[in-house]
Design a protein around this ligand. Structure first.
Ligand code: NAD
Length: 540
């Protein structure tokens, strides 16, 4: 789904918080001055704007100025100028700004979470993950800047006489295209390593969640990053994506697999690199020796965090025969006890879907499955009484390959349960399909679970956790195999993608040609003897 026109559910009662003490929106999101200070950052000369709406209530939140192709060009020109100065800024200064951002995000987390909740409709506890993840990312890249970016020495071809070092140069201007589901995290977490490596960013957030992204950009400036270093453009991806890719030195995209393929083709035409974080149909395996209670608690988070609108959340669950009945009873009980709610206060376990389009997909997947014989163990219906796009957390049993939700990503709060008899069969079923983003395994035997993890074709595997253990461990790479993506965010790979490596070799004394009257043939013989010797000495 790309930039659907947001639905304004007019006529619905406002389902905002009843307690005025919790109604912090007056001081942030709905104050026109506050909104204007954010939207002023969009590069826009069109005079046109598009309203955004809160999924909680269907009410408008603000008007987002729209960018033209010419505005995209302006954004790239500004970013390019800023990048030249930034690339010459010492790593210490870049790290200082990154750590200032870390502190600022923790200090301003209430404001960030309020805005994320209003724009995305998620529960407060799920919105908290966003400042948390960005702070972790900022700290990680600030503290590891030298490790990842300093010139590194390598083995030379002639030991002692060939000195080799590898430099890491910034690519230039990185185009970032981000989705709506984690609007603050997805806005910043991929751009921060790009900045750390000396690049500038031109960013197009999803139209439905522009304000959360713009707040992130405002915080960057407050933390000490040069204002022009991060440019924001707004408008439909289909229109702005092409002009952005035309001007980018590298593209970082997060979104659907269908759009990812379009982006990859456009980048191929220009021979520029891209990283693609795409969709998934993630499996969770509960082995016969799993701690059933822990697995049931984890399954709730795995399937229903952010109402299932999470690239790494689980939609397929394979449970061992030996624990199936006990596990399902606990999982269903916990799911039925979840508190659904709109508004900014803590205390609800799940919020709204973001849009009517998401609600329609979820409804269609569940109706199709039920119509073809699947059983609903929990949920299975929309909740318009709570807000226009609410849908209950839903557990299905008896899902078969002819049902849409068997292999297609729902991207909503729906999980299908499958019983398995032997583990090899469960692994094969988990690996079936096109995707390979994230998996989870519950077992009391860590060693056995890690051995099974090696057989799973997913970019991340969490043991005794849903997705947080890998996603929050910023030192390790995160991303998808197969149709779930290309390239990795986080860790060394997450920053090196934004650099060009340059090898510089200094040759001393000997040269790569015959010396002292030696014939070409004698030189070839000497070099052959040399190679044999090096192999005997076990040199690399
Ligand atoms: P989408 O691909 O439609 O949109 C994502 C972004 O791409 C938006 O900013 C949109 O404006 C832009 N876009 C759309 N068409 C474009 C085009 N032709 N050229 C350039 N940009 C374009 O995705 P969506 O359906 O809104 O988002 C949900 C999908 O994103 C799900 O499939 C989910 O799995 C995936 N996702 C993946 C991750 C991850 O890290 N792997 C994270 C979040 C979401």
């Amino acid at each position: 789904m790309s930039d659907p026109a947001p639905e304004h559910a007019s006529g619905l009662a406002t389902a905002g918080p009843a307690d005025p003490e919790h109604d912090r929106t007056a001081s942030y999101a709905l104050d026109p001055g506050y909104v204007r200070a954010l939207t002023d950052r969009v590069v826009s000369t069109t005079g046109e704007s598009v309203p955004t709406y809160s999924p909680f209530t269907g009410q408008p939140l603000g008007a987002i100025p729209q960018s033209s192709t010419a505005d995209v060009e302006t954004a790239y020109r500004r970013a390019q100028r800023a990048q030249e100065a930034w690339a010459a800024t010492p790593l210490e200064d870049r790290s200082r700004a990154m750590l200032a951002l870390h502190d600022l995000i923790l200090d301003r987390q209430d404001e960030i979470i309020d805005l994320v909740c209003w724009e995305s409709g998620k529960a407060r506890k799920h919105a908290f993950d966003e400042p948390l993840h960005v702070a972790l990312t900022a700290r990680y890249y600030a503290r590891t800047a030298h490790e990842h970016l300093d010139p590194s020495r390598k083995a030379g071809v002639v030991p002692g006489l060939t000195r080799v070092e590898v430099n890491r140069e910034p690519k230039g201007v990185v185009g970032v295209i981000s989705p709506w589901n984690y609007p603050f995290t997805m806005a910043l977490c991929d751009g921060l390593p790009a900045l750390m490596a000396g690049n500038a960013v031109v960013h197009k957030p999803d139209a439905q969640t522009m304000l959360s992204a713009l707040l992130g950009v405002q915080l960057l400036e407050e933390a000490g990053f040069p204002r022009d270093l991060w440019q924001v453009v707004a408008g439909p991806g289909r229109e702005l994506g092409g002009p952005m890719i035309e001007r980018s030195d590298y593209v970082c995209f997060t979104g659907s697999t269908a759009t990812g393929k379009v982006i990859a083709r456009q980048c191929a035409d220009r021979l520029i690199g891209c990283s693609l974080e795409l969709g998934g149909k993630n499996p969770i395996l509960v082995l016969r020796d799993a701690a059933v209670d822990r697995a049931a608690e984890g399954a709730v988070r795995a399937a229903f965090s952010n109402a299932g609108q999470l690239c790494v959340s689980m939609e397929r669950m394979f449970v061992a025969d030996q624990v199936y009945d006990r596990f399902v009873a606990r999982f269903v009980e916990r799911t039925k006890a979840m508190r659904l709610g709109s508004g900014l206060e803590w205390g609800s376990d799940m919020g709204s879907l973001i849009s009517k389009a998401q609600l329609d997909t979820v409804t269609a997947h569940v109706e199709d499955a039920v119509g073809k014989g699947a059983r609903v163990l929990a949920g299975g219906r929309a909740r318009p009484d709570l807000g226009p796009y609410f849908y209950e957390p839903t557990i299905l049993e008896g899902v078969t390959p002819d049902m849409t939700c068997f292999g297609d990503e729902t991207f909503g709060p729906v999980i299908a349960l499958y019983r398995f008899h032997d583990e090899a069969e469960a692994v094969a079923r988990a690996n079936a399909g096109e995707y390979g983003l994230n998996a989870s395994i519950y077992s009391r035997d860590g060693k056995r679970a890690r051995a099974i993890a090696r057989q799973i074709r997913c970019g991340t595997v969490n043991i005794n956790e849903a997705f947080g253990a890998t996603f929050a461990s910023i030192d390790s790479p995160m991303g998808g195999m197969r149709q779930s993506g290309m390239g990795r965010r986080q860790g060394a790979e997450g920053i090196h993608r934004y650099t060009e490596s340059q090898s510089v070799a200094t040759q001393r004394v000997v040269r790569f040609a015959p010396m002292l009257g030696m014939s070409d043939q004698a030189y070839a013989r000497m070099m052959t003897a040399n190679l044999r010797l090096m192999n005997k000495l076990r040199r690399k």
